[in-house]
Design a protein around this ligand. Structure first.
Ligand SMILES: Nc1ncnc2c1ncn2[C@@H]1O[C@H](COP(=O)(O)OP(=O)(O)OP(=O)(O)O)[C@@H](O)[C@H]1O
Ligand SMILES: [Mg+2]
Length: 369
């Protein structure tokens, strides 16, 4: 094995990395940076050293992320969304993924290593994909509507009587159309969220109205399925700050999921409770439950859990991803508790309405972190 020449030291290696790298102390002041960092942030070691990293990079998010690392004393474990930031430089937009590792000196926390990976290209591809999905799903809409209307006309006998077999086939076509239609709706909703062009208009919303509107379309289906659908709301709840249509959408999706994974004889309960300035909405079912190892994944796009006892669901795994985006845009949270064989409870929160306010979706403009 050949030896590394004397001339090649750690600086040489660090300067040849593709990422911008900083070392900061516990005050978050820059102690060291590599050449890529110097070039990207138009600085030099002399200017940068001793300066706060947030000031130098104008990435405010570094503050909270570094605090998190210093508190936990382990490397950053937050999601991609939470650690990627948009940075404007010379009229160009760049996206960075932030990684932070604590640095120890003789077992004592000393500072941190901050690494910024340029993921701009990745973002551009994501954008192209989102636009594509948006266009394609939009284009599917029109012919599908024609098909659905045609099927309805045939069903009602407006085009002549059908044989029993003909009716069966038509039923199958009809329910596949419904599936397609739901899929297209979800894809369109998702691309709208991802392109950051929709706003959540948080208005005072009556909770009872919201729940009734969400549950109504699923009443008949639950009766057919032999599943009891209960709503449990205390009287006199304050209005929540929510976008009516979008929050109905979330609740309908959760109840729809519950219906799909709950067998005859089961129960679904939609519950609302108030705790100080927040309302907790939960959808509890007595269905199949979700295995532990999948619990942290189901809010991601296109994730579905397979396994014994799981029937074909007709979805593609978008409902919860969209629901999470919508809830977060309202400043709320959503989570799940589940036990295999016992059932699942999804809970989300909405703030109590406190005056005029409107919020935008989180990825609408994550400027400067
Ligand atoms: N109440 C529930 N009980 C058991 N599993 C569930 C429940 N809700 C969701 N899941 C699991 O989480 C996965 C993701 O749910 P999600 O709503 O995102 O997608 P989907 O319902 O499969 O499809 P889509 O919502 O796009 O029509 C589901 O495929 C299912 O495996
Ligand atoms: Mg769903």
């Amino acid at each position: 094995m050949s030896k590394l020449p004397e001339l090649i030291n750690l600086d040489t290696i660090a300067d040849n990395l593709a990422d911008a790298v900083f070392i900061v102390d516990l005050e978050m002041e820059v102690v060291w940076l590599n050449q890529v960092a110097e070039e990207f942030f138009h600085t030099s070691f002399q200017i940068a050293s001793g300066k706060k990293i947030t000031e130098l990079t104008a990435i405010n998010k570094l503050d909270s992320l570094l605090n998190e690392v210093f508190e936990q004393q382990t490397e950053l474990k937050t999601s991609y969304e939470e650690t990627s930031v948009k940075v404007k430089r010379d009229d160009q937009r760049y996206y960075f993924k932030i990684a932070i590792k604590p640095v120890f000196n003789e077992d004592k926390l000393w500072g941190a290593l901050v690494q910024l990976t340029d993921v701009t290209r990745f973002h551009e591809i994501e954008k192209i994909k989102t636009d594509f999905v948006s266009i394609v799903s939009h284009e599917f809409r029109t012919p599908l509507t024609t098909i659905i209307v045609g099927v309805e006309m045939l069903k009602e006998g407006m085009l002549g009587e059908l044989t029993p077999r003909g009716k069966e086939v038509l039923e199958a076509i009809g329910s596949d159309c419904e599936r397609l239609s739901r899929l297209i709706d979800n894809l369109m909703e998702l691309s709208r969220i991802e392109s950051g062009t929709i706003y959540v208009e948080a208005e005072p919303t009556d909770v009872n109205d919201l729940v009734q509107e969400a549950v109504r379309p699923l009443k008949i289906q639950s009766e057919k399925q032999g599943v009891e659908l209960i709503t449990d709301l205390p009287p006199e709840l304050p209005p929540v700050a929510a976008d009516f249509n979008k929050s109905v959408w979330v609740l309908t999706n959760l109840v729809g999921n519950a219906l799909r994974y709950t067998d005859q004889g089961g129960t679904i309960t939609v519950r609302v409770r108030q705790r100080s300035k927040r309302l907790f909405f939960s959808v509890q079912d007595t269905g199949s439950g979700i295995p532990k190892e999948h619990l942290d994944k189901i809010f991601r796009k296109y994730v579905q859990v397979s396994g014994p006892g799981r029937k074909g669901t007709g979805g593609v795994g978008l409902g919860l991803a969209i629901a999470k985006d919508i809830i977060m845009a309202h400043g709320g949270e959503i989570w799940v508790d589940s036990e295999v064989g016992k059932g699942t409870t999804f809970t989300f929160t909405f703030p109590v309405y406190q005056g005029s306010e409107s919020v935008t979706l989180p990825n609408a403009d994550p400027e400067g972190g």
